[in-house]
Design a protein around this ligand. Sequence first.
Ligand code: FAD
Ligand code: MG
Length: 336
Amino acid sequence: MNHTNKNELAVRNRFLFQLFLVSCFLFLVSCAQQEPSRTEIALGNTLCTITLFKHGNENIYNEIFNKIREIENLMSVNIPSSDISRINAAAGIESVQVHAEVFKVIERAVYFANVSDGAFDPTVGPLVALWGINTGSENIPSQHKIDEVLPLVNWRNIELDESNTSVFLTQRGMSLDLGAIAKGYAADSAAKIIRDANITRALIDLGGNIIVIGERSANVPWRVGIQKPGHKRGESIVTLQLTDKTIVTSGVYERYFKENGKHYHHLFEPFSGYPADNGLLSVTIVMDVSMDADALSTAVFVLGYERGLVLLESFPEVEAIFIFENMEIRSTNRLN
Ligand code: FAD
Ligand code: MG
């Protein structure tokens, strides 16, 4: 190798080393500013995706997913040691002291049961078990069986004692199911961790319970699509532009079975014991608190369009989008 070639090689090596240092620096900067999103299955078989922009890091992702699992362990009806399973096992026998967070969610569920005249009812457990939707053994129960469990579905038979955060279901056979509200609570808990860490831009998606934190970029809102019912997952029928909001949808198209050409879905009308059949395919709620949006989306769906609108009059800060069986879209028109 001649002298010139040696010099060229030295210059090239120095350049490569500098390039290496610059890329290490950029990598560190990008790690500090943005972690890729993390997806895990939690809350039963719910796909949970968190995306943190700016200052997100591994520790915060861990903290969020640990919190979601803690909520599942406290509130799942399918985990025998959960507070909800303990309440259900003691139905008609004794009251059960529960974690303060569980008490808070049950209290809120009772509030929405009250304001919706029982269209939202956290004591739907016996109906959920009877229909078995998404369990692999779904069936249309006989009218006799439905009549047998209907008296057990009554939120007025939940007794709450705030002094020691205890819960009593007054009738044997009653059971709580927080499937229509606890995902929202989990999303709010994730948002709290994110905001407490001073992360100003993030996306939370817990199986369709969405929270957008901050803006997508300076003065640009997030764009969130509402699923077109019955179409490929991710195909939107409407796109909303939002900043710092939660968007929660209750629909008939994810959990259902078909028999004799008819759809039987998982949103039950607690007075008849059948899936609500009112011409709606989905109801989306947009507001600030995901737990409330979760409860309201189910309540409004079960009430149907007209009665749902009446309930929403008490929540002027809430936006709702209704998709009908003929794909007609109506909204509360407060969205701009
Ligand atoms: P939503 O409208 O928010 O809720 C519908 C669900 O609420 C129904 O599935 C039923 O459980 C209940 N419900 C039906 N009618 C009413 C009514 N009128 N009033 C009140 N509630 C009603 N899924 C699994 O398959 N396996 C699991 O092990 C499992 N574990 C879970 C644990 C937790 C803590 C949570 C929050 C959810 C879990 N899930 C599980 C999912 C759950 O069963 C619901 O199906 C899911 O939360 C429905 O959410 P959604 O947004 O589709 O509908
Ligand atoms: Mg809900």
